[in-house]
Design a protein around this ligand. Structure first.
Ligand code: ADP
Ligand code: ASP
Ligand code: MG
Length: 410
């Protein structure tokens, strides 16, 4: 089998953990498998580098993004080299490769580049020589040869993209939890492990903020039919072994149609409201176009008609984008003759996801009733076929997750 194993920051947090991962990857190779290991930066390293970069970049006028990519991509390069050394020191042939050595080609949108294609020639030739190939996650290179990064948490996506390009038999994502839980086990003490899930359910759950795997990684896995396994890292699991985790595949007819399988939350979202937007065809796009151009992802949008010819438009974005989004929204508001632009820095999105929702009515009503009983005010609502999300004041996040888990799961 050809197996891609991705190890996140906590799995490779220190040299001891890197050695444990190396031992496990070597054992996987000894069982007759070809093994590709995709690594993240050691835990905290990307944040550390970004902080250094921002201290200095605050003095410059031009966009710092190109150099920030050159800087933060070194986190993954270091881990990959350390992992190769750890494997070689236990007698396992191994080679580390960066995105530019392989040519993991992206566009030139620094800090949030999109992958275009991956050249597999070098990876395959190293595998055929009997090497374990260790690849830097998170990194890319643009057509000019400049280093790029694909957005925070992007190593999961790198791993799945590499697995798809190599037609790997599966992609194993190792983190500090032994699979997908019914809620973040670090927030909800009653959360239970889910043994198998579908791409669609996991995609909605990851999109709703469960960071056990990145949403774009699940999207790619579904597109290319890459079987995913979410597991706890052998460097964290007591005894260095690995438990079964969560298997993720295409939805099967006999899969249990659970009404609500996960309760998810986000904690780093912000809300912007543009007041008194004149009611004219095409006007709303003038608020969102500048945000899209600046590559700011808008999550939830609500438009309330406030009076006969005016409406309030509210939307949520990731907190790090708040400053830029406020500036752009204020400019847009002035141009279209809207009123004040207000922000709420601390909101949380709470979502319930389940395949069973497709065929059951009343799930949203029960969710709203549960939150009302806890005295939690709902600021925004959005739904999909298998998900209901609400935006609430972040201070109620824990209470909301616990109450909804109790109402729908256990
Ligand atoms: P890595 O650093 O390896 O990429 P992450 O920290 O990104 O790992 O993801 C693992 C974390 O995801 C866990 O520590 C857990 O707190 C969080 N998490 C959030 N929601 C869930 C969920 N539903 N199931 C499992 N883990 C979850
Ligand atoms: N090191 C990067 C980050 O911290 C990528 C990743 O870990 O997935 O965001
Ligand atoms: Mg992650």
């Amino acid at each position: 089998m050809l197996i891609v194993q991705k190890y996140g920051g906590t799995s490779v947090a220190d040299t001891d953990r890197i050695k444990k991962v190396a031992r496990f990857a070597a054992d996987t190779a000894k069982q007759g498998n070809k093994v590709v290991v995709v690594v993240s930066a050691m835990s905290g390293e990307t944040d550390r580098l970004l902080k250094l970069g921002h201290v200095i970049a605050s003095e410059t006028k031009q966009s710092p993004d190109r150099e920030l990519d050159a800087l933060i991509s070194t986190g993954e390069t270091s881990t990959a080299a350390l992992m190769a050394l750890a494997l070689q020191s236990i007698g396992q042939p191994a080679v580390s490769l960066t995105a530019s050595q392989i040519r993991i080609v992206t566009d030139s949108c620094h800090q949030r580049a999109k992958m275009k294609y991956i050249e597999t020639g070098r990876i395959n030739s190293e595998l055929n020589k009997g090497n374990i190939v260790i690849i830097t996650g998170f990194q890319g290179v643009d057509e000019e040869g400049d280093l790029t990064t694909i957005g925070r948490g992007g190593s999961d996506t790198s791993a799945v993209a590499i697995a798809a390009a190599l037609h790997a038999d599966c992609c194993e994502i190792y983190s500090d939890v032994d699979g997908l839980y019914s809620a973040d086990p670090n927030v909800c003490k009653n959360a239970v492990k889910i043994d198998s899930s579908s791409y669609e359910e996991l995609l909605e759950t990851a999109g709703a903020g469960a960071k056990v795997v990145h949403m774009h990684a699940v999207e790619l896995a579904a597109k290319h039919d890459v079987p995913l396994q979410l597991k706890r890292s052998p460097s964290i699991e007591a005894g260095g072994s690995v438990r079964s985790g969560t298997k993720v595949t295409r939805e099967e007819i006999n899969m249990e149609q659970v009404l609500v399988s996960t309760v998810s939350h986000t904690s780093s979202e912000a809300k912007i409201s543009v007041r008194d937007v004149p009611h004219k065809v095409g006007i709303v796009s003038r608020i969102f176009q500048p945000l899209a151009k600046a590559n700011i992802n808008v999550d939830m949008i609500v438009q309330n008609v406030a009076s006969n010819l005016k409406s309030d438009v509210s939307f949520t974005i990731a907190k790090p984008d708040l400053k830029k989004a406020m500036q752009l929204s204020e400019i847009a508001a002035r141009e279209i003759g809207a009123g004040k632009v207000e922000m709420a820095g601390d909101v949380s999105k709470i979502s319930i996801v389940g395949i069973g929702m497709r065929s059951h009515a009343g799930v949203a009503a029960k969710m709203f009733e549960t939150l009302a009983k806890e005295g939690i005010d709902i600021q925004m609502i959005s739904t999909s076929e298998i998900k209901v999300s609400v935006v609430i004041d972040a201070k109620f996040m824990q209470k909301a997750v616990d109450a909804l888990h109790h109402a729908f799961i256990s």
